[in-house]
Design a protein around this ligand. Structure first.
Ligand SMILES: C[S@@+](CC[C@H](N)C(=O)[O-])C[C@H]1O[C@@H](n2cnc3c(N)ncnc32)[C@H](O)[C@@H]1O
Length: 276
């Protein structure tokens, strides 16, 4: 028992080593860390080239006065203050700035995945290239049960995009677990269209987040680009989907969010997940 505790302490201190100054940890269990605060400030406290993979699901900036459909009901598109519409220039500055910080802390062999919709993905693609990333793939996440478009003035929105990028360095050999993904796809080469249902009710039983991703999507991403014990960072943690998938797959995790309620929801998910 004492030996196990000592071992956990040692592993945790290895993660803390990646910070270049003392950082207040909001929650820590084994190799699962949550930081409360603004990513723009907190990312500066990470040492250069310290994380193996980054997944980010930044604000889409689409909340406004529109209406949408959820669970068969009409709902407002006002998801949260952090998601409110901003002008194109401010949106691009926002994306360019956090992506620059991610580039600094990502190992040369690491990759970054960023999910988005038409509201932000074009800015993100450009910000990646402007920051010296090379886009490897443009994954289309096809939702099998999308809500209908109740305006009837556009096609049903049924996809999201996930951009996968590496540092644009000639020597940067990035990790791609090609065979693992082929096996998942019944022995056939995995394509860049991934189909899943929307988040299952069982994934929401510890509380709701307005833009929660499905665990399956994150599991694919983690399996494709990391190995056990690699360190994954999510600078927009939300309900902690990336962290839960990372933990299930025995990867280390650091999640950052500026909303305490979302970190508390993540902790409830983490502590109630029995399969770890
Ligand atoms: C699109 S959601 C992420 C959802 C997440 N992928 C999930 O599965 O639950 C974006 C998150 O970023 C957080 N956020 C927005 N701006 C932030 C900032 N500057 N620093 C840290 N967190 C931020 C919001 O509170 C929100 O939870």
């Amino acid at each position: 028992m004492v030996e196990k505790e000592e071992m956990l302490k040692k592993q945790s201190s290895q993660i803390i080593d990646i910070f270049n100054k003392k950082v207040r940890i909001y929650y820590n269990q084994k190799d699962f860390f949550l930081l409360l605060g603004d990513s723009f400030k907190l990312l500066k406290n990470f040492k250069e080239k310290s994380v193996d993979m980054i997944f980010a699901d930044p604000p889409y900036f689409l909340s406004g006065n529109g209406i949408s459909c959820s669970g068969g009901k009409m709902v407002s598109v006002k998801k949260a203050i952090w998601d409110e519409k901003i002008d194109v220039v401010t949106k691009h500055k926002f994306n360019k700035k956090w992506i620059a910080e991610c580039k600094r802390i990502l190992k040369d062999s690491g990759t970054i995945w960023i999910s988005g919709t038409m509201h932000n993905i074009y800015s993100i693609g450009q910000a990646l290239e402007e920051n010296g990333f090379k886009i490897i793939n443009n994954i289309t996440w096809k939702k099998l049960n999308p809500p209908p478009n109740i305006s009837c003035r556009a096609f049903t929105h049924s996809t999201e995009t996930v951009l996968w990028a590496k540092k644009d360095l000639r020597k940067a050999k990035y990790k791609f677990n090609y065979d693992v993904m082929k096996k998942i796809n019944n022995g056939k080469q995995m394509k860049d269209v991934w189909e899943t249902s929307l988040v299952k009710p069982s994934e929401k039983k510890y509380g709701k987040h307005p833009t929660q991703k499905t665990l399956k999507l994150l599991e694919y991403i983690i399996l494709a680009s990391t190995d056990e014990n690699d360190l994954i960072l999510d600078p927009f943690n939300g309900s902690g989907t990336t962290g839960i998938a990372a933990r299930k797959l025995k990867r280390k995790y650091i999640g950052i969010d500026k909303e305490q309620d979302y970190l508390n929801l993540t902790i409830r998910r983490y502590e109630n997940e029995k399969k770890f």
